[in-house]
Design a binder for this molecule. Structure first.
Ligand code: IMP
Length: 176
C-alpha cells in the first residue's frame, strides 16, 4: 500500500513484470523495424520512463522525440485533449512508432494519429505498456501492447495522480 497525495493505492504490477513486458515489446520492435531506422515518438509526460527503458532495449538504429498532450485531471478523463507541445521533426516517409504509457479511452492517441497521418509517414504504429480494453472507445489498432489491465486508475512507472506517483518503480491501482 502506498499513499499518493490524498489517496491509497495497492500494487498490481511489479517492477519485474514491467521489465519483462518492456523486453518482449523491444524484441518485437527489433524484429519488425530491422533496417527501417524508426522515429519513436513518446507522449509526455507519462511515457518518459517507458520510452527510456524501451529504447535502451532496442538494438536497431532509431531516433526518439517527444510531444506533449494532456487529457486527464485527477482520476477521471476530462474528455478533452489539448496539445501542449507540437512536433518539430520531419516525419514524411519515416517509420513512426508512437510510445504511450497507457491507452484508456484512446482519445489522446486518436488526435495525435490524425495529425501524424496528414504528415505522410511511411508507417505509423503504436506501442503502449498498459491498455484498458474496457475503456477503449476508438477503432484504431494498438500494435504493441505490453499488458491489458482492468479499468482501474493506476499510478507509478511514469503514470501520475495529480502530478505525483510517477517515480514509483511498480504500478499501483487505486484502493476501493
Ligand atoms: P486516453 O486519452 O483516455 O486514452 O488517456 C490517455 C492518457 O491519460 C495517458 O497518456 C495517461 O497520461 C492518462 N491516463 C489514462 N489512464 C490513466 C491512469 O489510470 N492513471 C494515470 N493516467 C492515466
Amino acid at each position: 500500500m502506498v499513499k499518493v497525495k490524498d489517496k491509497e493505492f495497492t500494487i498490481c504490477i511489479t517492477a519485474g513484470e514491467i521489465c519483462q513486458k518492456v523486453a518482449e515489446i523491444a524484441e518485437r520492435i527489433n524484429h519488425d523495424y530491422d533496417g527501417k531506422n524508426p522515429l519513436l515518438l513518446g507522449i509526455l509526460n507519462g511515457s518518459f520512463i517507458f520510452a527510456s527503458d524501451l529504447i535502451r532495449k532496442l538494438s536497431i538504429p532509431c531516433e526518439i522525440s517527444f510531444v506533449k498532450f494532456s487529457s486527464y485531471s485527477g482520476t477521471a478523463t476530462s474528455g478533452k485533449v489539448k496539445e501542449l507541445i507540437g512536433l518539430n521533426e520531419e516525419i514524411r516517409d519515416r517509420h513512426v512508432l508512437v510510445i504511450e504509457d497507457i491507452v484508456d479511452t484512446g482519445l489522446t492517441l486518436e488526435k495525435l494519429l490524425e495529425s501524424l497521418e496528414q504528415m505522410g509517414p511511411a508507417s505509423l504504429k503504436i506501442a503502449c505498456l498498459c491498455f484498458k480494453p474496457g475503456s477503449f472507445r476508438k477503432t484504431f489498432r494498438i500494435d504493441y501492447a505490453g499488458m491489458n489491465i482492468p479499468d482501474d486508475f493506476v499510478v507509478g512507472y511514469g503514470l501520475d495522480y495529480e502530478g505525483f506517483g510517477r517515480n514509483l518503480p511498480e504500478i499501483y491501482k487505486l484502493s476501493r
